[in-house]
Write a protein that binds this ligand. Structure first.
Ligand SMILES: C[S@@+](CC[C@H](N)C(=O)[O-])C[C@H]1O[C@@H](n2cnc3c(N)ncnc32)[C@H](O)[C@@H]1O
Length: 273
């Protein structure tokens, strides 16, 4: 796949879906805070754009409760199959997943809330995606995308490998034609989509030295990006050494007693009324 190619380039193979599942668990508290702030709650019908392994949909399903319903849309049949299997395994029956492109109106409307986490960054025109889906929003409904600001990520104090990982991640997202700082632009994106922004909040997960989740999340992201980074010449697999990356980062952070900050997650929410 050419690095200039359009569309999602981080794959949907089993290891990537496994990574999304772990990422989903680690980002759950921040996501819960953001969705609650945006007003996602009891009895709502929710559309989850780019639902991946299903984690945001499952969280939304819990927030809306048995009287509500969630529909997750993803272009990857593998992701939809995995999310569907997880829903059935965990007996979550107020959620369903469908294959579809978020640039087309989703099935199953109308909705009280349209959400999505780290998916708009892969679109050339995030406002156009929202404009398309807003047709399915009920009066008084809310649109609440969640995206990252990668420039906030890093270790405190700064340590060499953590800093290198953040640079590689930045290069990887550029190579994937993805805007990893879209989070801080979400207010403008809502305006551009013809929506009236109501609020905006940022939450940033931090991991203490010795917390395995931070290195796992960062190393997992870079492992996914190795082919992209090699293709653009940003780094070689040998330099990255993906098999030992997580252990090296863990050791570095423990030795420096450094806290690892994940990219801030930001949500702006608004309405069409
Ligand atoms: C980084 S993952 C995030 C998954 C999930 N929202 C989460 O936070 O765990 C991005 C997901 O968006 C999906 N995606 C990317 N572009 C899409 C598009 N145009 N239409 C539908 N799904 C898309 C990918 O298949 C992938 O599952």
């Amino acid at each position: 796949m050419d690095s200039s190619q359009d569309g999602y380039q981080l794959g949907s193979e089993p290891p990537e879906l496994e990574r999304l599942t772990r990422q989903g668990q680690v980002l759950e508290p921040a996501t819960r805070t953001l969705l609650r702030a945006a007003g996602v709650g009891t009895g709502m019908r929710v559309l989850d754009l780019g639902s991946g392994a299903g984690d945001v949909s499952f969280l939304a399903a819990e927030l809306v409760g048995p009287t509500g319903e969630v529909i997750g849309v993803d272009q990857s049949p593998d992701a939809v199959a995995l999310a569907t299997a997880r829903a059935s395994r965990n007996r979550i029956d107020n959620v369903r997943f469908v294959v579809g492109d978020i640039h087309e109106p989703a099935p199953g409307g109308p909705f009280d809330a349209i959400i999505g986490r780290v998916v708009l960054l892969y679109s050339k025109d995030p406002a156009a995606v929202l404009r398309t889906q807003v047709q399915l929003l009920r009066p008084g409904g809310v649109v609440a995308p969640i995206e990252t600001d990668l420039t906030t990520a890093g270790s405190r104090p700064a340590t060499p490998l953590a800093s290198r990982l953040v640079s590689w991640a930045a290069e990887g997202f550029v190579a994937a034609n993805a805007n990893a700082t879209l989070g801080r632009e979400l207010w403008e994106v809502l305006l551009e989509a013809g929506l009236r922004p109501l609020g905006m909040l940022g939450v940033q997960p931090h991991f203490g030295p010795g917390d395995p989740n931070g290195p796992a999340l960062f190393a997992g992201m870079i492992r996914t990006m190795v082919p992209l980074l090699e293709r653009t010449g940003a780094a070689t697999a040998r330099e990255i050494d993906p098999d030992t990356l997580e252990a090296r980062l863990t050791e570095e952070l423990i030795n420096a007693e450094a806290v690892l900050a994940y990219a801030q997650l930001l949500c702006a929410w608004g309405t069409k009324d």
